[in-house]
Design a protein around this ligand. Structure first.
Ligand code: SF4
Length: 338
């Protein structure tokens, strides 16, 4: 098992050869276990109500943005748009409000989404095992729940109020989702919130533990990078491209079969480059505002984060084919047994 010291040595080694050596090995392992395939997905924001105050996020409860959640009719409109774009893996997201987007709302959204997408994942507030089980029975295949940082002190500093401030409850969410039968679980850290090497080491421990106790689950990992936020001291914020590449390669080397996600937070140039390394899942044609695809006018949108790669789904498919990758729109279709 890799030690914290090993991670620090690798991440902070200034030599170019280290990056090249990691890249070659990560690329080899990725091709061995995933071939030349990249799975495409898109986020769909259902609601921006949030009762938590996370200092790094535009949806936080103290921020004066226009709050709304999609009605059933609006969900169909947004989902229909994404499905017509070619998306088959949908990631449905909300802010974290147990009142505005309760279990019943998420179940309704799942029921509607089943008509459009064969594969549905949720990135919403953490829940109890029984609630995850209800969602699974309704048709949810995967859950994304990122710890953001494993440094408890830093966690409490940036998660100031609301349910997200409960570190332990969030930490236990992947296990509860696995116990409830979820097929796919995505974990992650928000790079830049705390010491990157320490967070990476703790994330690895978490995944080792999950793999040992719940080996039937398909895991994936995300490494979103924090963008500077006005008025906040994010001393660890500067995670440059080289460090991100090394993190992805190191993760592939230590977890050869785990999916690695890369969202449109990253630039087209970087996304094109890391295609060849360890990434296996990419979002495409994304919008991070509620109703952002068809309902809310661009100048009225309050995105959760700014998108750097605006390429459409068809543009991403063309790029992947040009680079001799198979774009995978879905590798999963639930069979409902009557
Ligand atoms: S990160 Fe999540 S819980 Fe925190 S403010 Fe943003 S939407 Fe709310």
């Amino acid at each position: 098992m890799i030690t914290l010291g090993d991670i620090k040595n690798i991440l902070y080694d200034p030599s170019r050869e280290t990056t090249e050596r990691l890249a070659q090995e990560a690329s080899r392992l990725t091709r061995q276990h995933f071939g030349r395939t990249i799975t495409l997905y898109a986020p769909l924001y259902l609601s921006n109500f949030c009762s938590s105050y996370c200092t790094y996020c535009g949806f936080h409860s103290h921020n004066r943005i226009k709050r709304f959640k999609l009605t059933a009719h609006q969900m169909r409109q947004e989902m229909s748009f994404l499905a017509e774009e070619g998306i088959e893996n949908a990631l449905l997201l909300t802010g974290e409000s147990y009142q505005a987007t309760p279990l019943s709302y998420l179940k309704e959204a799942t029921t509607i989404a089943k008509a459009y997408f064969p594969n549905i994942s949720l990135e919403v507030h953490p829940m109890e095992k029984a609630e995850y089980h209800e969602l699974f029975a309704q048709g949810v295949d995967g859950i994304s729940v990122y710890q953001e940082t494993y440094n408890r002190q830093r966690y409490q500093h940036v998660h100031r109020s609301g349910k997200k401030a409960d570190y332990n409850y969030r930490l236990g969410a992947p296990e509860r989702a696995a116990q409830a039968g979820m097929r796919h679980i995505a974990l992650g850290i928000l790079l830049g919130l705390a010491d990157v090497a320490e967070d990476l080491h703790n994330l690895y421990q978490h995944i080792y533990w999950m793999e040992r106790h719940y080996p039937g689950v398909e895991y994936s990992i995300s490494f979103p990078r924090l963008r500077p936020v006005k008025g906040e001291d994010f001393a660890y914020c500067d995670v440059n491209d080289i460090t991100l590449v090394r993190i992805i390669c190191l993760t592939r080397i230590h977890f050869p079969r785990v999916g690695i996600n890369c969202s449109t937070r990253e630039s087209p140039q970087l996304r094109n480059h890391i295609l060849e390394l360890g990434v296996t899942r990419m979002s495409a044609g994304s919008n991070t505002s509620v109703g952002g695809y068809t309902i809310t006018a661009p100048d009225k949108q309050d995105p959760q984060f700014d998108i750097k790669d605006n390429r459409s789904v068809s543009e991403m498919i063309s790029l992947l084919k040009e680079r001799h990758f198979d774009p995978v729109l879905t590798d999963w279709r639930r069979i409902e047994v009557a």
